[in-house]
Design a protein around this ligand. Structure first.
Ligand code: ATP
Length: 300
């Protein structure tokens, strides 16, 4: 289990992370989210024991985390930080041995992952000869080469096409099934939604949203109603109590209500329209809640 308890970190005057707490159990996937500069990388670096919190404590399976835990952790960082002048195989031998993986095991695992990611042909090519997406696969394999118990992925999907994104997603799910803990950051909130149960959103180092995604959505209360009808009468909709926004989209109209208590009032208006094709009550996407909370925090 990973426990982050009341952890804070600052660089001089900059309070990079302020009093963050969360726990992660085997088989859980956790999303650490936030705008640029919110404190995600700093949190990851503390979890890896690369930097020490100014206060608070981070424990991994009961002991205070330190750089000695490197053998149990896989880390994929956002920047492409590979050594690019050596071959994929040599790079993997180098990185695997830093984590005490035996050479035979490195080669076996490398062959397995290269095959799974459809890039076997690049094993003996220099890293710099690979495309950006394939370098990203190599970076991912480097994070997996020690079969980590804790997988830390900083923006793993950025720049990946949908097919390769799916490959990464399936791989992460496999690690989850084997009982690994996965913590990742992503600005692609649709992935976060489909992926993790719990999240924390940081803004300028402060926690502005946390908990299971379903609970966060219920607490937010607002719902979107997607309506398709031949003739929409927007003024009658605007007059409905609890309607807080109406957005006309190319093929539908989205009506936002303050809570589910107002859905029936909207329905009572819409049912009188001619040729109603769709009346869908939708949970707000995580991105909407994220933007709402970050904007409110910025204004506060
Ligand atoms: P991004 O999404 O842009 O990668 P982030 O959420 O990972 O951002 P951090 O890199 O953790 O954010 O940065 C948090 C804050 O700490 C920022 O204000 C950043 O400028 C500052 N910071 C990060 N590293 C250092 C450092 N080595 N020295 C001084 N300030 C730093």
């Amino acid at each position: 289990m990973l426990e982050v308890k009341n952890v804070s970190m600052s660089y001089g005057e900059v309070k990079a992370v302020q009093n963050i707490s969360f726990t992660l159990k085997p088989g859980e996937i956790f999303g650490l989210l936030g705008t640029n500069g919110a404190g995600k990388t700093t949190t990851f670096r503390m979890i890896m024991g690369l930097i020490q919190p100014k206060s608070g404590m981070i424990t991994l399976n009961g002991h205070q985390v330190s750089y000695d835990d490197v053998n149990d952790i896989g880390y994929m960082i956002e920047e492409r930080s590979l050594l690019t002048k050596i071959t994929v195989k040599d790079l993997m031998f180098y990185l695997g041995q830093l984590k005490d993986v035996l050479k035979d095991d490195i080669e076996k695992r490398l062959d397995y992952w290269l095959d799974r990611f459809n890039i076997t042909e690049y094993k003996n090519k220099k890293v710099k000869e690979l495309s950006k997406g394939n370098q990203q696969k190599i970076q991912f394999i480097a994070a997996l080469i020690n079969n980590p118990k804790l997988l830390i992925l900083d923006e793993p999907f950025s720049g990946l096409d949908p097919i390769n994104t799916e490959l990464f997603v399936r791989t992460i799910r496999d690690f989850q099934k084997q009982g690994a803990m996965v913590i990742f950051s992503s600005h692609q909130l649709d992935h976060v939604e489909s992926f993790c149960e719990k999240i924390i959103v940081l803004e300028k180092g402060q926690v502005i949203l946390e908990g299971p995604i379903q609970q966060i959505k219920e607490a937010y209360q607002k719902l979107n109603i997607k309506i398709k009808a031949k003739h929409m009468d927007l003024s009658s909709l605007k007059a409905v109590n609890g309607v807080i926004n109406i957005e006309e989209q190319p093929n539908a109209t989205m009506v936002k209500v303050a809570s589910k208590a107002y859905v029936k009032d909207v329905f009572d208006v819409v049912k009188n329209y001619e040729d109603v094709m769709t009346f869908d009550v939708l949970e707000p996407p995580l991105s909407e809640i994220f933007i709402d909370k970050v904007t409110k925090h910025e204004k506060a």
